[in-house]
Ligand binder design. Structure first.
Ligand SMILES: [Zn+2]
Ligand SMILES: [Zn+2]
Length: 233
């Protein structure tokens, strides 16, 4: 199939080459170099890059999050922004192979440390998922689950109602928009530590809303891994 539909780079969309073992690359070397990895100098709560030395970003110093801790893979640069756009809205679901692999690279040691019982994608509303054909967070979560052997439980959380796209809202509106937006989709008594997976972390409102719902049903700690994150200060 690859001959007719060569795999393309999730950043520049050019066909991908193969390594010495004949394995197809998940991204081209130059494009990978153009992406900005989140370094160790990041907020110990939300994972945002810090511009100055310190443990927590301004946001995490001034507000309490309901989730326990999270990490992100890449800075939200133009290249990633456009890549995620195609991934979500142009049916480029195969990009999940690259995204999931990078999530694994960044989170594998932490997942062991955190003792994660289940990987849970941030859900879309049923009608949105039907229209799109897939949940972008779930495809990445599935990759991460395959790498780690930690089960993915995609129906643990459901979106109870339609919400306004978060990018159209400010801080306060985001929290209000997500009030009671998530419900538990299945019996979760066996899960203590849960990892949420999503594409972009902005204010943390989505993670907190999911964490609130999970913790109300007996989950003790909610962690997350996001593909991209904005810069903190
Ligand atoms: Zn490329
Ligand atoms: Zn932070």
């Amino acid at each position: 199939m690859d001959i007719f539909y060569p795999k393309v780079c999730p950043i520049c969309q050019e066909p991908l080459g193969r390594d010495r073992n004949g394995e197809c690359y998940t991204v081209c070397v130059d494009c990978r170099e153009g992406l900005v990895d989140i370094t160790d100098m990041h907020c110990l709560k939300c994972g945002k890059e810090l511009l100055t030395e310190g443990e927590y970003c301004h946001d995490c110093q001034t507000r309490n999050h309901i989730y326990t801790q999270g990490v992100a893979v890449f800075r939200y640069t133009q290249g990633m922004k456009q890549s995620i756009y195609r991934y979500k809205y142009k049916n480029k679901r195969e990009y999940a192979a690259f995204y999931g692999k990078e999530m694994y690279r960044v989170s594998k040691d932490l997942l062991r440390l955190w003792n994660i019982d289940a990987i849970v994608p941030v859900p879309l509303h049923e009608s949105k998922q039907r229209m799109r054909g897939y949940n972008q967070a779930e495809l990445m979560a599935r990759e991460l689950s395959a790498y780690t052997g930690i089960p993915m439980v995609s129906n643990m959380l459901l979106r109870a109602r339609k919400t306004t796209p978060m990018k159209e809202l400010d801080d306060k509106q985001r929290v209000k928009n997500l009030k009671n937006a998530f419900i538990i989709g299945q019996n979760i008594v066996n899960y203590r530590k849960v990892l949420l997976v999503d594409d972009i972390y902005t204010t943390g409102a989505t993670m907190d809303a999911c964490a609130k719902c999970l913790k109300a049903h007996g989950v003790s700690d909610v962690y997350f891994v996001c593909l991209c994150i904005g810069q903190g200060f």
